[in-house]
Design a protein around this ligand. Structure first.
Ligand SMILES: C[S@@+](CC[C@H](N)C(=O)[O-])C[C@H]1O[C@@H](n2cnc3c(N)ncnc32)[C@H](O)[C@@H]1O
Length: 241
């Protein structure tokens, strides 16, 4: 699974449209790469370059786990954080599939109780750790953790927690992760928010009684980023009878 759905272009018009879209995206990316609006340039890190699924060491035979690394934009992430009830000091924040750590670095600039990223690919986890050392941006969160592992095997921090999810996996793996989150709130009641960015499989959450959508919308146009700007925020609670 990728950040934005991949469609095999069919007709000549589709192929032309897809070529034009690629041209606009590549031009815009290379123009912004040299400006202060580029996150990496502004903060002395490398989070932008996409990484394909083979390089991630992900089992490409498993369609549910198919995924490439693609970073979210600063504007999109700030928009998502604006949906979290204040004060942020009451919340831990966890990015599931944190890649090179861009969201963790952005979250560091907010006064969360704790910030964490969980990443499966060893190479990306190592890049995230190097980025965390070099990061020149603000550090207001009380604590930060980068965890190398499979999100399905990692426990959330105790207390009220926000989980950010940008299409790291889908299908049965996503179902397994949603079961894991339901089990977490049942085992230790707390507030749990699930921010689903580019919610291509939101039907899996919408059919669960324990997942209640509390916000849906899209961040504003962003010439530095061409990902899907939609997101849905769910409150995860005990299933209502
Ligand atoms: C689309 S990228 C999102 C990166 C980051 N969250 C962001 O929005 O900037 C998805 C990431 O999920 C990671 N991933 C895939 N399956 C995972 C799993 N089971 N556990 C942890 N991370 C996983 C991939 O390696 C990839 O870095």
């Amino acid at each position: 699974m990728t950040g934005s759905p991949i469609r095999a272009p069919g007709t000549a018009t589709d192929r032309l449209r897809s070529l034009l879209a690629d041209l606009v995206v590549h031009t815009s990316r290379s123009v912004f790469r040299r400006t202060p609006w580029n996150f990496d340039r502004a903060n002395g890190v490398e989070t932008e370059a996409a990484v394909g699924e083979v390089a991630l060491g992900i089992d490409v035979e498993n369609p549910d786990g198919r995924c490439k690394y693609e970073a979210s934009s600063l504007k999109h992430v700030r928009f998502a954080f604006g949906r979290i009830p204040e004060p942020l000091a009451n919340w831990s924040f966890v990015d599931i599939g944190s890649g090179k750590g861009r969201i963790v670095l952005i979250a560091l600039g907010f006064p969360f109780r704790r910030v964490a990223g969980v990443e499966y690919a060893a190479e990306l986890h190592a890049i995230a750790a190097a980025n965390l050392d070099r990061y020149r941006g603000p550090r207001r969160a009380a604590a930060v953790d980068l965890v190398h592992g499979d999100a399905l095997c990692v426990q959330l921090p105790p207390g009220d927690t926000v989980v950010f999810f940008y299409n790291s996996f889908g299908g049965a793996m996503l179902e397994g992760y949603l079961d894991h989150l339901e089990g977490t709130v049942q085992g230790a009641p707390r507030r749990l928010l699930f921010i689903y960015s580019n919610p291509t499989e939101r039907f899996r959450l919408d059919r669960r009684a324990a997942f209640r959508p509390v916000f849906e919308g899209a961040s504003g146009y962003d010439l530095t980023w061409w990902g899907n700007r939609r997101l849905v925020v769910y409150e995860v609670g005990a299933a209502q009878p």
